[in-house]
Every structure is written in structure tokens, then in C-alpha cells.
Design a protein around this ligand. Structure first.
Ligand SMILES: Cc1ncc(C[n+]2csc(CCOP(=O)(O)OP(=O)(O)O)c2C)c(N)n1
Length: 1196
């Protein structure tokens, strides 16, 4: 029968094949590797069963979601009622003993023997036991030939068979496994003990081998007469010597230790040695251990392992039973079973009688504070305090021991969550502001929607805490993105927008002074620079304008943050950071959240950590979480990037503040994302007009009973004597007065200046009135020297000792020949445009999938050394001595996220050319939200210009429906120019005015030269507009798609229309048909015209800039050919492409004097046929129509 041992070794014990061996564990054997191991253990093979019976399962070790009864093993089918909730929270976890075998855990690291790779290597000589222990393996006491070893740290997470020859040398055949072990060990290298101690345990003695500490907790020890004062050190030495070799100590010590370890009651372990007299030998023989040693030592080990498993279970799953929900209706204790401390132990093979037994603490916990050992009861109590109160910490999936340790320290250290009275008062004052702001709006505009924050008022102090802490750590610019919920409150109390500016937005008579949709309250952004009162440091806060589309602003915020970091040289994110706010339903439901997370650690996209704050009011509009997501938490998406997730009960303001501080510290320490999940409720409906009882009656009955957090916290502080009631009331009336005064002032506001709500002002780019500095655009051509220089760099390798691929050498050689011949192809034209802008100090950033080489292998902006890994060269960065930097970056396979990111990057400064290239044009539609909500209407809605460029490969090449169309019709349909109104063509700078008025520019260039010009014009324009370019595929290598330097020299510019310049133009009166087209089909048309010998009868005019429509130039063209009938020719199907856009505008141009015929493919559902032959037949048919001068006779 098991009896409680009196001595608990100061270090956990394991056994090696060499006999008893104390293993002072100095590191966590495989922390990263173990992270989550309990959640998804590798299936155990029959032959690998552990030799000991499995321990019963603790709910913490099995259930995801909401455990309720720690006394009982899981009974997933127990309660039929509320099955949804159960399914939602834990059916997925399929908790069962089979799925969660809980074998004895290996000892955790505490001591001084580090399992560094070197040590592991050495260990080979010392025997497999030490090696395996070094990786956190446990050998059974009888380890030897054929022993099984629990070996979690080497990749198998299950028992492996260890073949030992008699002399504990490695047997043949085991060598390969040893090699594998070493390799794994090296890869998974945990912190060494010294690192661990240095980093985390400065206040704590590292794994002291002292009985003293143990004795402090185990009163029975004192019953031994010799265990007092300094003798304990001696005893300790004896003990360790005995552990290493029982025969190395006197027999009496041997018996003593065996007895104590076997659980001899106090005072009975020691047996006096018999006198050495004749017959004494037989007397010695009579002195026997009280119990058999081997099994008892075994039990000791098991108990330590059990305690470690228990600790670990709290760390991994303590959040499941934390009291996170202020309403008490969701994931916590949903079946109401009692939870007691003592009920925990049974699941780990411990029992009530063990609660007062002292256990040494592993280095993977900080609950001990200054202590290195604690009684089990206290261990559990402290773990409950750390992990099961109002904060639920989800972090054990993080594959980094240092980061796990950091978090453990932040939450486990006793007394770490302390606030000064001053901090409590500040917190209360912030809560007063947050709460009374909503109250004020409710009183004044009770019938207006405002998406109030009631139920999560703590958001305001939470954000302010994150900002304060970040400011303290050196951040001076915070860029925020948020949805509707609480936006006004954030504007008022975090960004500190003047209250009257907010209140006046409720006035329906307010007149707009400028463009903008007027929907200021919930969508416009804000930019504000001020002093942070807590840190006394300057801080700039920017809230990015956001559309209704939840989470769409996430990548935009990231992109803007990246840009701000880039421009201020903040390469580590120490000065500029982002905070993203989310709703619970949106965070879980919107895929863009995932796409954005995946940008977070990519070199060209990382912002070095974002703090995410989720307003988890446990409802999305009318849908509750059981119907809204399949994961237990709305935040599970963050786990993919190893972001720690801090769930916190939003009705405990101090817990929220603490978590926010830790989140900000995490970000400034590790520069990685972190999530704060504010578990709260929504006091009203989705908006204040909605009736939530229609759909969530029970939840809202509970909400009605809920005391506001401000009231609760005020009562607490009053009861603690931190504030008194009059002080609290004064704070309230002070803020109410501020609101009232601002309200009075707001009545004087008659004009709404949306420009005052810009999230990214561009100082110096516009005049003080916000107007362009001129309405002209200089020529975009360059001198021959510049063209030649760029061409030469583009066709060479500008660094020494760099070996490029032979194929690439040929490409560069061809480029060199083009330069010699004073011509450019597409790639070279792009080079010329970029290179020249860099010279002028314009930063260029080209991003998208595989853009570095180019999907069509034409660009090659990054050269790769063929012999040295990761050795690259970007010739574009070797052009000029003081040039701007060029960034070209292959993106993740995301369109929505990456386009949003680049849009945000482009937002930060007008002096950068930011381009996003789709792999093929049709892929842009997975980023449709960014195009529809930001790029197309951004300026109209939010008065904010943006010069982003979209490069969309487009063209019918017989490649099938999937890669043919960039859907020009969609972009053109969203252009804001009126098809039926001819603008005033006589106006000065008509072309520039047109550009200024448009919402975006859409072009399809037919020559590399024009592509070069339009890229340069994008920057030389005195304002910024998005530019959509349909780029070619086959034209990249088309021998005729070349441009001479002559068309790119100084004085030349972008041609919106390229008129006919052949025979037809020489004798226009004879021309029978004027064909208009755009893009690549021009080359098909000229080839066909030549083949048919119709150069004099048919003129072909290219419309290069489709929008804004070049009415002026086209009118000239039409007038030039008075006898020609007009036709639009396109290779796209009739319901696609440009026809629907061009036709009415051409008709308006000519005052509808003539018809505009159509030569092209029939309408179709798909963009292109998948059959090459059909493709060619269709092409021929459209060419036939284009050149059949009688084709439209019967229609006139
Ligand atoms: C992409 C998108 N889909 C649908 C909506 C409509 N909608 C507005 S608010 C809302 C619920 C959002 O719930 P949650 O994210 O939990 O935020 P809460 O309103 O509860 O703060 C929905 C579905 C939207 N705004 N955006």
C-alpha cells in the first residue's frame, strides 16, 4: 500500500541504465516540442504501451472548452440538453482516455545539467540513459537491455525501445537512432539551465539541492533528531551521494533514505546502527528497510511527474476553467458542477493525502516565487490563481521556450498583478470617461445608431494602457484599425478627437465643405499628435478609415504601419506599432484575418508585432457563437502564428489592465503579434435600435441583471478606501460637464470638413487648402544618358564574384543588345521607369506573388548566386549613388491581404510608387473587397488620395478561361465619368483636370514606351489616383512590342491615344473604316490588315487610357476620317472587356452622329474558351468582321 514518504528529494529523480541516478533537470526537455503534445498525442502503438497503468484523466488534460467538473472523468454525452454548447466547446476535442493517454511525464528541467547538443553528444559515451534523460526521457528503474524509454523530445513522443548490451554500451543497430536523437536534439535545442535561470529566475535560487527548503514545508522532517541547523546540509550531501550510489553511504543512511522515500512515518525512518560486536553482522542483517525500496522510489518519481503534469495541465488548459465570462453563461462551468482544489489531484494518481506533501517545482513554473518547492495544496492554489481566475492564458502552443517562460513568469509569479492606488484611480477615471461618454450619447441622441460600447467599457482603459506601456517602451506612433463598435468612444477618449467635432456629426443639417460620403461617425479615420500624459512623451495616434466590411482594414493598417516604419528607419518596430480591434464574430469568420496574420512574420511585410484586441461580446449581430464558429474561441486563428492569447473577463478592469500591459510588453520584447480577448457582453442590440430579446432572450435577461462595470469597480475601490464616494461622483460630474460644454460648442459647427478626418495627412504635398500645387504634369521622358545607364545596369550584374544562371546571362545579354539598339521591351521599359524614379528620390515597392522574377520570367529584379545560398543581388539598388531604395518582394499567396497591405503602404506617403501585381489579372477578384471598398471609392468616401498601381496581366492567349481576363469591364464599370456628357474639351489642362476628377485611371498600353510613361506620370502628377494597368503576357516577348529610345527621350510623354500613323493617316479621306482598339489585339489587327493589303482603307487607333476617357483626342481622330465608319474591336467577349464602356462614350464624343460597330467575340459566361482551336477560330472571326467592309451594311 502506498504510504506517504517523508522526504521529498529536492530535485526530481529519474533512473538510468547505470543504476540510480539523480537527474537535476536544468532545462525543459523539449518545451517547444511538447507544446500541444497533450492536445494531440501521437497514437500509441500496441507494442509501445507504457509499463505502468495509465493514470485517470484530468479534465484539464483533455477537454477543450468548458470543463466543469474536475472530479469526474469526461462524460461527453452526459447532458443531452445544451448539446450545441457542448458540441461547440468540447465535442470537437473528443475527450477520451484513448485519445489522451497520459503517460508519466518526463521530469522537467531544474538543475544544472543542460541538454545542449554538445552535452547530448557527450552523453553517448556516458551511456544512453543520460542522453535520453537530457532530452527529458525517463528510463524505468530496471532499464537495461530491452528497456522502454519515454522519450518525448526526440520526435516520437512515445516509448522507444532501447537496446543496451550488458555493459551499458550502445548496442549495434542503435547508432542510427542515436544519430537521429542527436539531430533532433540539436534542432529542438531548449534553453540551457544557465540561460533559463539567467533569463527568468533572477529572483529565484536555481534548483537548489537543499533539504532546508523542503523542510520548510514538511513538518514531519523535524521529527528526526539529527535534522536541524547545519546538519541538514550534511544530510543533503548524504542524500545526493545515496541517490547516485546507495552503497557510497553508510548502511544506516541507506536504510534511512530507503525508509523515508518509502513513506516511513516521522521519527521512524531512522534506525540506530547496531554496535560492531561479534554477532553484529547478523544484527545488521536484521535492519531491513521498512518497505521495498525500488517500488517506492518509483512512486516518488511518479508523484513528481504527476505534479509536473498537473502544473503543465494548468498551463496548457487552465484557461478552460478560468472565469472569463462576465455573464457566466458561456464557456465557464456551463454545467455548473462544483470545482474544488482537492478534486484535481485524483486525476494524476495523487490523492488527498498528498496535498500536504512538498514537491520540488520545475523551472517551467514560477508559482514558487522565491520558493523552489511547495506543498501540493499550495501548488494547486497558486496555479488556480494564475490560470483559472479572470484571466485565461493560452500560450503553450508557442514553439519557443523562452517565450513560454516569459509568459509563465508574467502570470505565475505570486503577487505580480499588483496595482498602486494611483493606477487604480487612473483606471477608474478612464472607466468613468468611457461609460459616461456612451451615457451622454444615449441621452442626447437616443434614437440614433452609435454601435455603443456598453458591456465593454473597459476597452477604453485597455487601449490606453497598451498605448501607455508602448510609449514607455519607446513607441511614438500608434496606428489603429477598428470596426464600428465603440468607434466614437475610441475617437473621443483614445485618439482625443475634439468632442464637439464628434457631437456635431449627429446634426443632420451639417453641410459638407468638401467631398466625402459624410458617413464620418463610423468610418472615417483620424490622426492626432499629442503628449502621452502617463509617459510625458510625444505620441501620434492614427485611426485608419474603414469600410463596413469587417476586418478589411486589417492589412491596410499593417501596410501603413510598415510604411511608417520604413520611412523613419524603424527596422525593428520600436517606434511605430499597430493595434487592431476586432469583433468576436468577425475575427473568427473573416478570412482576411488569417491572411493578415500570415503577413506578420514575412520580412517585407512584418510590422514587428501587432496588438490585437477582440471585443468579444459573445454575439455577432443576432448570431451567437454556437452558430458562428467551429472553434472554441473566436481567437483561435491567432494560434497559427504562435501569438499568445490572453482571454480576460472584461468585468474585471484590473485583470484587463494587467493583460494589456503584458501584451504591450510582449510586443516590445518579442516583436510578435499578441491577442487580448476581452470577454464581455453587449448591453444593447447590435445597434441601439435593435431588440436583442427577439433572438437572445436568455442572454439578455442575464444582461439586464448585470451591474455596469464602472459601478462594480467604483464600489470595489470605495470599499478598499482607494477613492471615496464624493471623489467618484465628482469625477463623473466633471466629465459630464466636459461633454455638455462640448455639446454646446458643437451647435456652432455648421460645416463638416471631412479633410479634418484624414488618417494620413501628406504634409507639403498639397497647398494649405489641400489643393494640388499645380494642375499640370511635366513630360515624362528622360535623357539618353539616363536611359542608357539604366539599361546597362539592367543588363549586367553590378557586383563582383556573383554567378548567375546561364539562362539569365542570355536574357541579360539580349537586354544589352536592346540597349545598344536604343530600344526597350516591356521589362526594360519598367526598369527605365523604376530606375529613373529612384534617382529622383521616389521609393518604389513592387509586391505580389513571384514578382521578383516575374510570373512570366521576364523581370528578374533579384539575381540569385548559383553557388551561394541566399546570396542575392538587386541591380536596381545599384543604379545611383543617392538613390531611393527599391523594394521588390514576393508575397504570400494572398491577394486580399497583400493588396490591402500595399494600399496601406501607399497611403503613408505620396512620394512612393507602390505597385501590386496579380499573378494573373483574374486573381484580383479575391481582393475584390479592397478594390470595391477602398481603391475605387476611397477618395470619394474619405477624401483620401492614393496612388497605388495595380498590374493585372491580361489577354486572350488561348490559355483557357482561368488565366485570360483581368476583367476590365469591372474596373471600367466603376469609373465615375459620365458616358453621356461631353466634358468641356476647350478647358485648359483638360487631360489633367480629367485625371484629377476621376476616381481611378485605367490603362491598357500597347507599347513598352507608353507603359514607361504612364508609370512615371503616376508620380509626376500633382495628385494621386489609383492606376489600374492591364499588362500583357505574350507582348512581353513580342518582337514588335518594342519602343525606341526616341519615344522616351526628354519632352516625350504618355500617349492617351496612339493614332494611326500609317498609310491610312496619310490619306484619311479614303479611309473606309476607323477601328478603335486597346492593348494586344492591335498587333493581331495590324498583322491581318497587312495580310489583306488594307492599309489605306482601314485606320487603327489605340485607346491607351481608357479612363478617364480621352474624349478630346478621339474627337480629333474621328474628325480626321470623315468617310470612315467607326468600329470597336476587342478580343474579349462582347459582355466583357471594354465595349460597354467605350461605345457610349464614343457615341457621346461624336454627338451620336454615327453608329459604333462591334467586332469581337460573342457574349459568353466564361472569359475564354479552353480549346486552343476554338480560340483561334474565334480570333479569326473577329478579324474577319473587323476587315470586312460590308460587315455592318445590313445593320445601318
Ligand atoms: C464582411 C462583413 N459581413 C457582414 C457584415 C454585417 N455586420 C455588421 S456588424 C456584424 C456583426 C459583427 O459581429 P462582431 O464581429 O462580433 O462585432 P460586434 O458587432 O458584436 O461588436 C455583421 C454581421 C459586415 N459589416 N461585414
Amino acid at each position: 500500500m502506498w504510504r506517504r514518504p517523508r522526504f521529498v528529494p529536492a530535485v526530481p529523480v529519474a533512473f538510468s541504465a547505470c543504476g540510480l541516478l539523480a537527474v537535476p533537470k536544468d532545462d525543459d526537455p523539449a518545451e517547444g516540442f511538447w507544446g500541444g503534445a497533450e492536445q494531440s498525442p501521437a497514437p500509441r502503438r500496441p507494442c509501445e504501451k507504457p509499463s505502468r497503468p495509465r493514470r485517470p484523466q484530468h479534465p484539464l488534460a483533455t477537454r477543450r472548452g468548458l470543463p466543469s467538473n474536475r472530479l469526474l472523468p469526461l462524460r461527453p454525452r452526459q447532458h443531452r440538453q445544451g448539446a450545441h454548447r457542448r458540441r461547440h466547446y468540447w465535442a470537437r476535442a473528443k475527450p477520451s482516455a484513448q485519445q489522451h493517454p497520459n503517460p508519466p511525464r518526463p521530469p522537467q528541467a531544474t538543475g544544472t545539467r543542460a541538454a545542449t547538443p554538445a552535452r547530448l553528444y557527450d552523453a553517448q559515451a556516458a551511456g544512453v540513459g543520460l542522453l535520453l534523460q537530457g532530452r527529458g526521457c525517463v528510463l524505468t528503474p530496471h532499464a537495461g537491455a530491452g528497456s522502454r524509454v519515454w522519450c518525448p523530445g526526440v520526435g516520437c513522443r512515445r516509448l522507444i525501445r532501447v537496446e543496451l548490451s550488458r555493459g551499458q554500451t550502445l548496442a549495434r543497430g542503435f547508432g542510427t537512432r542515436m544519430f537521429h536523437l542527436r539531430t533532433c536534439a540539436a534542432k529542438l535545442r531548449p534553453l540551457t539551465a544557465s540561460q533559463t535561470v539567467r533569463t527568468f529566475s533572477q529572483n529565484r535560487p536555481a534548483a537548489a539541492r537543499t533539504f532546508g527548503q523542503v523542510r520548510g514545508y514538511t513538518a514531519p522532517v523535524a521529527a528526526e533528531p539529527f535534522l536541524s541547523g547545519t546538519s541538514s546540509n550534511y544530510v543533503e550531501e548524504m542524500y545526493y551521494a545515496w541517490l547516485e550510489n546507495p552503497k557510497s553511504v553508510h548502511k544506516s543512511w541507506d536504510i534511512f533514505f530507503r525508509n523515508t522515500n518509502a513513506g516511513a512515518p516521522p521519527g521512524t525512518a531512522y534506525q540506530s546502527p547496531l554496535p560492531l560486536s561479534p554477532g553484529s553482522l547478523s544484527a545488521v542483517a536484521r535492519v531491513q528497510p521498512l518497505v521495498e525500496a525500488q517500488p517506492n522510489v518509483d512512486k516518488l518519481v511518479e508523484d513528481h511527474l504527476a505534479v509536473q503534469s498537473l502544473i503543465r495541465a494548468y498551463q496548457v488548459r487552465g484557461h478552460h476553467i478560468a472565469k472569463l465570462d462576465p455573464l457566466g453563461i458561456s464557456c465557464v462551468n456551463f454545467d455548473g458542477a462544483p470545482v474544488t482544489v482537492s478534486s484535481n489531484v485524483g486525476f494524476y494518481g495523487l490523492d488527498e493525502s498528498d496535498l500536504d506533501k512538498v514537491f520540488h517545482l520545475p523551472t517551467t513554473t514560477f508559482i514558487g516565487g522565491q520558493e523552489s518547492a511547495l506543498p501540493l495544496r499550495e501548488i494547486i492554489r497558486r496555479l488556480e490563481m494564475a490560470y483559472c481566475q479572470h484571466i485565461g492564458v493560452e500560450f503553450m502552443f508557442i514553439n519557443d521556450l523562452e517565450q513560454c517562460q516569459w509568459i509563465r513568469q508574467k502570470f505565475e509569479t505570486p503577487g505580480i498583478m499588483q496595482f498602486t492606488n494611483e493606477e487604480k484611480r487612473t483606471l477608474l477615471a478612464r472607466l468613468v470617461r468611457s461609460t459616461r461618454f456612451e451615457d451622454f450619447l444615449q441621452r442626447k441622441w437616443s434614437s440614433e445608431k452609435r454601435f455603443g460600447l456598453e458591456g465593454c467599457e473597459v476597452l477604453i482603459p485597455a487601449l490606453k494602457t497598451i498605448i501607455d506601456k508602448s510609449s514607455e517602451n519607446g513607441v511614438d506612433y500608434v496606428i489603429m484599425g477598428m470596426p464600428h463598435r465603440g468607434r466614437l468612444n475610441v475617437l473621443a477618449n483614445v485618439i482625443r478627437k475634439e468632442l464637439e467635432q464628434i457631437f456635431c456629426q449627429f446634426d443632420s443639417k451639417l453641410e459638407a465643405a468638401d467631398e466625402g460620403s459624410g458617413d464620418v461617425k463610423y468610418h472615417l479615420g483620424m490622426y492626432h499628435r499629442r503628449i502621452n500624459r502617463v509617459t510625458d512623451r510625444n505620441i501620434t495616434l492614427s485611426l485608419v478609415a474603414n469600410p463596413s466590411h469587417l476586418e478589411a482594414a486589417d492589412p491596410v493598417v499593417m501596410g501603413k504601419t510598415k510604411a511608417e516604419q520604413f520611412y523613419c528607419g524603424d527596422t525593428e518596430g520600436k517606434k511605430v506599432m499597430s493595434i487592431l480591434l476586432h469583433g468576436d464574430a468577425a475575427f473568427a469568420g473573416q478570412g482576411i484575418v488569417y491572411e493578415t496574420f500570415h503577413l506578420s512574420d514575412l520580412p517585407s511585410y512584418t510590422t514587428h508585432g501587432t496588438v490585437h484586441v477582440v471585443v468579444n461580446n459573445q454575439i455577432g449581430f443576432t448570431t451567437d457563437p454556437r452558430m458562428a464558429r467551429s472553434s472554441p474561441y473566436p481567437t483561435d486563428v491567432a494560434r497559427v502564428v504562435n501569438a499568445p492569447i490572453f482571454h480576460v473577463n472584461a468585468d474585471d478592469p484590473e485583470a484587463v489592465m494587467y493583460v494589456c500591459k503584458v501584451a504591450a510588453e510582449w510586443r516590445s520584447t518579442f516583436h510578435k503579434d499578441v491577442v487580448v480577448d476581452l470577454v464581455c457582453y453587449r448591453r444593447n442590440g447590435h445597434n441601439e435600435m435593435d431588440e436583442p430579446m427577439f433572438t437572445q432572450p436568455l442572454m439578455y435577461k442575464q444582461i439586464r441583471k448585470q451591474k455596469p462595470v464602472l459601478q462594480k469597480y467604483a464600489e470595489l475601490l470605495v470599499s478598499q478606501g482607494v477613492v471615496n464616494q464624493p471623489e467618484y461622483e465628482e469625477e463623473i460630474s466633471k466629465y459630464d460637464k466636459i461633454c455638455e460644454e462640448a455639446f454646446t460648442r458643437s451647435k456652432d459647427e455648421k460645416i463638416l470638413h471631412i479633410k479634418h478626418w484624414l488618417d494620413s495627412p501628406w504634409p507639403g504635398f498639397f497647398t494649405l487648402d489641400g489643393q494640388p500645387r499645380s494642375m499640370t504634369c511635366p513630360p515624362t521622358g528622360l535623357t539618353e544618358d539616363i536611359l542608357t545607364h539604366i539599361g546597362n545596369v539592367a543588363s549586367s550584374v553590378p557586383v563582383e564574384n556573383f554567378t548567375i544562371h546561364g539562362g539569365l546571362s542570355r536574357i541579360l545579354k539580349t537586354r544589352g543588345e536592346l540597349v545598344k539598339n536604343r530600344t526597350v521591351d516591356w521589362a526594360l521599359a519598367e526598369y527605365m521607369a523604376f530606375g529613373s524614379l529612384l534617382k529622383e528620390g521616389i521609393h518604389i515597392r513592387l509586391s505580389g506573388q513571384d514578382v521578383e522574377r516575374g510570373t512570366f520570367s521576364h523581370r528578374h529584379h533579384v539575381l540569385h548566386d548559383q553557388n551561394v545560398d541566399k546570396k542575392t543581388c538587386i541591380p536596381m539598388n545599384h543604379l545611383w549613388p543617392n538613390q531611393a531604395p527599391y523594394t521588390v518582394c514576393n508575397s504570400s499567396l494572398s491577394e486580399y491581404g497583400v493588396l490591402g497591405f500595399e494600399l496601406g503602404f501607399a497611403m503613408a506617403s505620396p512620394n512612393a510608387l507602390v505597385l501590386w501585381e496579380a499573378q494573373f489579372g483574374d486573381f484580383h477578384n479575391t481582393a475584390q473587397c479592397i478594390i470595391d471598398q477602398f481603391i475605387c471609392p476611397g477618395q470619394a468616401k474619405w477624401v483620401r488620395q492614393n496612388g497605388i498601381v495595380l498590374l493585372l496581366p491580361h489577354g486572350m492567349e488561348g490559355m483557357g478561361p482561368e488565366h485570360s481576363s483581368a476583367r476590365p469591364e469591372r474596373f471600367l464599370q466603376m469609373c465615375n465619368d459620365d458616358p453621356d456628357v461631353l466634358p468641356n474639351l476647350e478647358e485648359a489642362n483638360f487631360d489633367i483636370n480629367q485625371l484629377y476628377d476621376c476616381n481611378w485611371i485605367v490603362v491598357n498600353c500597347s507599347t513598352p514606351g507608353n507603359f514607361f510613361h504612364v508609370l512615371r506620370r503616376q508620380i509626376l502628377l500633382p495628385f494621386r489616383k489609383p492606376l489600374i494597368i492591364f499588362t500583357p503576357k505574350s507582348l512581353l516577348r513580342h518582337p514588335e512590342a518594342r519602343t525606341s529610345f526616341d519615344e522616351m527621350l526628354s519632352g516625350t510623354h504618355f500617349q492617351r491615344v496612339i493614332p494611326e500613323d500609317g498609310l491610312a493617316a496619310q490619306n484619311p479621306a479614303n479611309v473606309r473604316r476607323l477601328l478603335f482598339c486597346t492593348g494586344k489585339v492591335y498587333y493581331d489587327l495590324t498583322r491581318e490588315r497587312k495580310a489583306r493589303g488594307m492599309a489605306e482603307q482601314v485606320a487603327i487607333t489605340r485607346i491607351e487610357q481608357l479612363s478617364p476617357f480621352p474624349f478630346d483626342l478621339l474627337l480629333q481622330e474621328v474628325r480626321k476620317y470623315p468617310n470612315a465608319e467607326l468600329a470597336w474591336c476587342q478580343e474579349e467577349h462582347k459582355n466583357q472587356g471594354y465595349y460597354d464602356y467605350v461605345k457610349p462614350r464614343l457615341r457621346t464624343t461624336i454627338s451620336r452622329a454615327k453608329p459604333v460597330w462591334y467586332a469581337g467575340r460573342d457574349p459568353a459566361a466564361a472569359p475564354a474558351t479552353g480549346n486552343k482551336k476554338t480560340h483561334l477560330t474565334e480570333l479569326q472571326r473577329l478579324l474577319d468582321t473587323a476587315f470586312d467592309l460590308d460587315a455592318f451594311k445590313n445593320f445601318s
